[in-house]
Design a protein around this ligand. Structure first.
Ligand SMILES: C[S@@+](CC[C@H](N)C(=O)[O-])C[C@H]1O[C@@H](n2cnc3c(N)ncnc32)[C@H](O)[C@@H]1O
Length: 270
């Protein structure tokens, strides 16, 4: 019953925030727990009463918005994506960048949570590709809206559960393990710069050779907001650049003007 009421509440509230229910179906537990806590803080009986409260107190939407963020991440999430990055995309970008006479591959990890995604890339580059391209380095900008997650990312210290999908050898070589926590070696942290940004209205300075926007805009946002985010991404993606989506994500159909760009622009890794 509780779950049913929370589902009803989310189906009503999410569109007010530019979010869509279908993205939340499987992960609603995390969000419902936070909303229940807020309802208790307000001394309200249930989610229906919270809906009425929101209608009477519009400023409450700003409290609700962060409660609706899904923050799940882990190293090497969706192994196939990183295998394709290693076997195909990064070598292709490395050749292109070298032909242009540059020495840096620029990458943006959007919605980077506690750094699991950008740090997986620095591990992958160092362990698998650096020897082939010794003259090239990675320069990563990793953005997230959540200051606490970014603080954790800068500390780069993780529980075992965050690392469970990483190859054993990478865990051994990439981290110092102490008291059930694993500290990423400084050399793998150096190429990543963390910046607090809201992807709905901010982008880091491009151009980027590679942009990862996984399990954020194209899962949780309504179509109109997805189109706006895609426009922002298109503005900072290099002409030869590659955009990586989450494994279950597709780009919005209303592609507008940027669908005239070359097909590589939309390259997706499944
Ligand atoms: C589900 S996690 C995905 C993390 C990582 N990209 C992955 O696929 O493992 C979504 C992340 O997006 C962040 N986020 C949510 N809304 C955001 C916004 N408006 N701007 C930037 N980041 C946002 C959340 O804080 C969270 O860390």
């Amino acid at each position: 019953m509780r779950d049913q009421l929370c589902t009803e509440f989310l189906q009503w509230a999410l569109p007010h925030l530019g979010l869509r229910w279908s993205g939340f179906r499987k992960v609603r537990g995390q969000v419902c727990k936070r909303i229940q806590k807020r309802i208790r803080e307000l001394n309200l009986p249930d989610p229906r009463a919270y809906s009425a409260y929101l209608e009477q107190h519009p400023e409450e939407w700003q409290v609700l918005e962060p409660l609706c963020r899904v923050t799940i991440s882990r190293f090497y999430r969706d192994k196939g994506v990183f295998d394709t990055l290693n076997g195909d995309v990064l070598p292709h970008l490395a050749e292109t960048v070298q032909q242009e006479g540059k020495t840096v591959i620029r990458i943006w990890s959007a919605g980077c949570a506690s750094g699991e995604e950008p740090y997986t890339l620095t591990l992958l580059w160092n362990f698998l590709l650096h020897d082939r391209y010794p003259g090239l380095t990675l320069d990563l900008v990793a953005t997230d809206i959540d200051a606490a997650l970014l603080e954790r990312a800068r500390r780069a210290c993780y529980p075992a559960s965050a690392l469970k999908e990483l190859p054993r050898e990478w865990r051994d070589r990439g981290f110092v393990h102490k008291d059930n926590l694993s500290q990423l070696q400084p050399a793998f942290q150096t190429p990543v710069r963390f910046v607090q940004q809201d992807i709905r209205c901010q982008t880091p300075e491009g151009p980027f050779d590679l942009i990862l926007c996984r399990n954020l805009a194209f899962t949780y946002y309504q179509c109109e907001l997805q189109v706006q985010v895609l426009r922002r991404i298109s503005e900072v993606l290099a002409p030869h650049g590659v955009l990586v989506l989450g494994t279950h994500e597709v780009l919005p159909e209303d592609g507008g003007q940027w669908q005239n760009r070359t097909p590589e622009f939309f390259e997706k890794i499944k």
